[in-house]
Design a protein around this ligand. Structure first.
Ligand SMILES: CC(C)(COP(=O)([O-])OP(=O)([O-])OC[C@H]1O[C@@H](n2cnc3c(N)ncnc32)[C@H](O)[C@@H]1OP(=O)([O-])[O-])[C@@H](O)C(=O)NCCC(=O)NCCSC(=O)C[C@@](C)(O)CC(=O)[O-]
Length: 280
């Protein structure tokens, strides 16, 4: 597998956002700089500009950013959950992408951003204009894209409807997020094939929460259905603390690296070690 065939994203932001012990800013900076220097990932989802009361672990995102040494090969993405966060992130020169979680489950959108779908949609419109004005890309995560644990309405047609509406706002980069690990590999294959057939020109990435033993089958299902952008977190940490109590972590990034043939075993073990050192 050639490494330039896919875009790989590591998400230390997702990995640590729910950890209760505050990780010192310097440790976060050290690990993120190690990730960047390795050049094994194309994008690092490094932090979020959200309420420090909602996510105390990431209250230091701006300070972390100051310590990050970027290079030309690796881009930075920050999660934003309201217009204020988008305004702050958009002004940061080092940030390339703003990522907005747009859940197609009303319950989760309220839990995560304190806004319903209709208000969030209006907000995306403003965020897109803001991102464009600062030369940033806005990636919209379709959270709960594979179903939800709240019995909110879900179907592939519902996914299609919302992607279509977001396209009308000029959004071209999406990530289908299985926020609470609802899908098996077959359902992943079906939804990616369906979305790719309806929107062949869009970039549609995969942000899966999955148990380690199921991860390779899910990566392969999405890849064979045409997905060329994958997100994960080292050692499979992470999950959105506003989704539910028994969270399932991200696809382990080391499995993505192995699957797509990036990095030597020693390099990958080195990144795992760096992550462990950060969270100790
Ligand atoms: C969006 C809000 C703020 C709305 O929350 P709200 O309560 O409606 O906001 P508010 O405007 O009423 O403000 C409440 C307080 O937050 C402060 N505040 C308000 N905005 C900001 C900001 N931008 N930066 C810093 N502070 C902010 C504001 O100043 C105020 O502080 P107080 O006056 O009480 O001291 C809140 O719900 C929030 O922060 N949510 C966090 C969402 C989040 O980070 N979720 C995890 C990341 S998304 C994810 O993990 C999913 C993903 C991407 O991985 C894909 C997937 O798996 O689905």
């Amino acid at each position: 597998m050639m490494r330039d065939q896919v875009v790989l994203v590591d998400c230390p932001r997702d990995a640590v956002q729910g950890l209760h012990n505050f990780i010192e800013t310097d440790k976060k900076i050290k690990h993120i700089n190690t990730l960047i220097e390795s050049e094994l990932f194309d994008v690092i989802d490094f932090g979020s500009f959200v309420s420090p009361k909602a996510v105390p672990q990431l209250a230091d995102t701006k300070a972390v950013l100051e310590g990050i040494r970027k290079n030309e090969k690796v881009k930075l993405l920050a999660i934003v959950a309201n217009l204020r966060g988008a305004q702050e992130a958009a002004l940061e020169e080092k940030i390339d992408f703003l990522g907005y979680p747009f859940s197609i489950s009303e319950t989760f959108q309220l839990r995560n951003t304190n806004m319903g779908l209709a208000a969030s949609y209006q907000q995306v419109k403003e965020m897109k204009a803001l991102a464009d004005s600062q030369d940033k890309s806005l990636v919209v995560y379709i959270s709960m894209a594979f179903g939800n644990p709240y019995s909110d309405p879900w179907s592939p047609l519902f996914v299609e409807e919302w992607i279509g509406k977001l396209c009308d706002l000029g959004i071209r980069e999406f990530s289908l997020a299985d926020t609470t690990s609802e899908a098996d590999a077959n359902q992943i294959s079906e939804l990616f094939s369906f979305v790719k057939s309806r929107f062949p020109t869009l970039e549609v990435g995969a942000h899966f929460h999955a148990r380690r033993e199921e991860s390779l089958a899910k990566i392969e299902a999405a890849y064979l259905a045409g997905c060329r952008k994958f997100e994960g977190a080292l050692l499979g940490y992470g999950g959105c603390p506003f989704a539910k109590d028994d969270l399932v972590g991200n696809i382990p990034s080391e499995l993505l690296l192995h699957y797509f043939g990036r990095g030597t075993d020693a390099e990958i073990i080195g990144l795992e070690h760096s992550f462990r050192q950060m969270i100790l």
